[in-house]
Design a protein around this ligand. Structure first.
Ligand code: 6PG
Length: 252
């Protein structure tokens, strides 16, 4: 099956389309099991979606806020009030503006000097809130992802050991090109989700996106190729410049 790629004109159009997908996912998850679990992505692209969810009156009214549990796909090694914090971005754009209680939000402790400890603590939090017994990985209802211009996703960077993790759901990872550590969900944890949605914008992503979707399978070079849900749906929302080199995709 070819990947489901939608090419939209602008970031604003991506945010609106993504919001509709999120609402659909939330509504069906709540109808099915009474809750909706979503892992947020970091970086700058998803900010438009988060703001839209918080500010659009019709959406706000339809979203089942009291049934939502919010997680993060990855975090940088900074405190939650640092400008680079993924939590801070999500908090400012959405979490602090919507009717979510603190206990509904599970952030990764980027401020810990010991990133292994932060990874283990987050894994324990996932185990407890998903009530994971024997199974190895949580089943998120929705995982949001972005992609870097060299093909990284979450904090799974080209050449990282973390790309070969098969047992753990969260790991710390050294990012040589940024001279820093990060904490990230692993590919098998992401791939166990019911739905995964990429949001990708900008001309600097065009070549890597073509490589990920149309090039040979070389996930050590292009980690976004590791994302392939084992029993779920994968949707790519890209803007016309990021998708400018693709020979596949539906223009919306
Ligand atoms: C992070 C991420 C990362 C991000 C991409 C794209 O913490 O940086 O979660 O995987 O999604 O780097 O980032 P932009 O949206 O800023 O291009």
């Amino acid at each position: 099956m070819p990947p489901d790629v939608r090419i939209l004109a602008t970031l604003d159009a991506i945010a609106k389309r993504a919001a509709q997908e999120l609402l659909r996912a939330a509504t069906s998850a709540v109808a099915e099991k009474g809750s909706f679990t979503v892992a947020l992505s970091g970086g700058s692209t998803p900010k438009a979606l988060y703001s839209h969810l918080a500010n659009d009156a019709a959406l706000r009214a339809q979203l089942p806020w009291d049934k939502m549990l919010v997680y993060f796909g990855d975090e940088r090694s900074v405190s939650p009030d640092h400008p680079d914090s993924n939590f801070r971005m999500a908090a400012e754009a959405m979490l602090s503006r919507v009717p979510l209680k603190p206990e509904q939000v599970f952030r990764i402790k980027g401020e810990y000097k010991d990133t292994e400890c932060a990874a283990q603590e987050y894994e324990q939090a996932l185990r407890a809130s998903f009530k994971i017994g024997k199974v190895r990985f949580p089943r998120f209802d929705l995982v949001l992802l972005g992609m870097g211009s060299e093909g990284h996703t979450a904090s799974l960077f080209p050449g990282a050991k973390a790309l070969h993790e098969t047992k753990r759901m969260v790991v710390r990872t050294w990012v040589g090109k940024l001279y820093t550590e990060r904490i990230t969900l692993t590919a098998p944890a992401i791939n166990n989700a019911a739905r995964i949605m990429f949001m990708i914008t900008g001309a600097d992503k065009a070549l890597a996106l073509k490589g990920v979707l149309e090039g040979p399978h070389e996930p050590d070079q292009l980690p976004a190729q590791r994302i392939q849900p084992s029993n779920g749906q994968l949707l790519w929302l890209v803007d016309s410049v990021a998708g400018g080199m693709l020979s596949i995709g539906i223009r919306e």
